[in-house]
Design a protein around this ligand. Structure first.
Ligand SMILES: Cc1cc2nc3c(=O)[nH]c(=O)nc-3n(C[C@H](O)[C@H](O)[C@H](O)COP(=O)(O)OP(=O)(O)OC[C@H]3O[C@@H](n4cnc5c(N)ncnc54)[C@H](O)[C@@H]3O)c2cc1C
Length: 181
C-alpha cells in the first residue's frame, strides 16, 4: 500500500500495529522490522541501541586478466577471513575483483581505502602491482558487541532480526524465510 515512504512510527492499536508514514498510516496484524543498521531512534530505540552502524566500503577493480585470476583464485572461490578487521574478495562475471573494508572515519576515505586495499592485495598477490579501482561505493552495516546477530521480539507479532556484522547477504535469506513462516 505504501511502498516507498519511510515508516516514521510503529505503535500498538488494539490487537494490531499502526505504521505511520509521511503519506498516511496503515495497520497490520504483524510487523517485521528489517531496517537493520538504518534503524532510527524514532522507529525502534531498542534496536538502534543494540548495534553500531559502521560505514562499509566496497571497491571493484578494472577487469583482471586470466593470468592474474589463475594466481588469485583459479576456481573463482569467494574468499573471506574471520578477523575483526574482515578481509574478503570475490570474482565478478565481468572479471573484476570486488573487495572492501569498514572505516570508522569518512575523512579522505576514498584515498585511504584505495591505498590500504591496493597494498593488501599487492602483498598477497604480486601480479596485482598495477591494480586500479574503477568503482567505490558504501553503506551501513550493523555491528554488535559480540559480533553475533540479534533476534528481537519487540511486542506481540512484532519481530526483527538485526546485526549481521557485514555478513547479511547470505544470512538474511534463510532468516527471512523463517520469519515468513
Ligand atoms: C558496502 C557494503 C558491502 C557489503 N558486502 C557484503 C558482502 O560481501 N557479503 C555479505 O554477506 N554482506 C555484505 N554487506 C552487508 C549486507 O549488505 C547487510 O548485512 C544486509 O544488507 C542486511 O540486510 P537487511 O535486509 O537486514 O538490511 P539492509 O539491506 O540494510 O536494508 C534495510 C532497509 O531498510 C530501509 N529502511 C530504513 N529505515 C526505514 C524506515 N523508517 N521505513 C522503511 N524502510 C526503512 C532501508 O532503506 C533499507 O532498504 C555489505 C554491506 C555494505 C554496506
Amino acid at each position: 500500500m505504501f511502498k516507498h515512504p519511510p515508516a516514521t512510527a510503529i505503535t500498538p492499536q488494539g490487537d494490531s500495529w499502526l505504521i505511520t508514514t509521511p503519506e498516511g498510516g496503515t495497520t497490520a496484524k504483524a510487523v517485521l522490522l528489517a531496517t537493520n543498521a538504518y534503524t532510527g531512534q524514532n522507529i525502534e530505540p531498542r534496536i538502534a541501541r543494540s548495534m553500531l552502524p559502521l560505514r562499509a566500503y566496497q571497491l571493484a577493480t578494472e577487469p583482471l586478466s586470466e593470468a592474474q585470476w589463475a594466481e588469485i583464485t583459479p576456481a573463482r572461490e569467494s574468499i573471506s577471513d574471520t578477523r575483526c578487521d574482515l578481509w574478503y574478495f570475490r570474482y565478478t562475471s565481468d572479471h573484476r575483483l570486488v573487495t572492501g573494508v569498514a572505516l570508522p572515519f569518512k575523512a579522505g576515505a576514498k584515498f585511504r581505502l584505495q591505498a590500504l586495499l591496493k597494498s593488501r592485495l599487492e602483498t598477497a598477490f604480486p601480479s596485482l602491482a598495477q591494480l586500479s579501482f574503477s568503482h567505490v561505493w558504501n553503506g551501513f552495516v550493523g555491528i554488535t558487541a559480540d559480533f553475533t546477530p540479534r533476534f528481537h521480539e519487540l511486542g506481540p507479532n512484532y519481530y526483527s532480526f538485526t546485526g549481521y556484522n557485514g555478513r547479511g547477504l547470505a544470512l538474511t535469506l534463510p532468516i527471512d524465510r523463517a520469519f515468513a513462516r
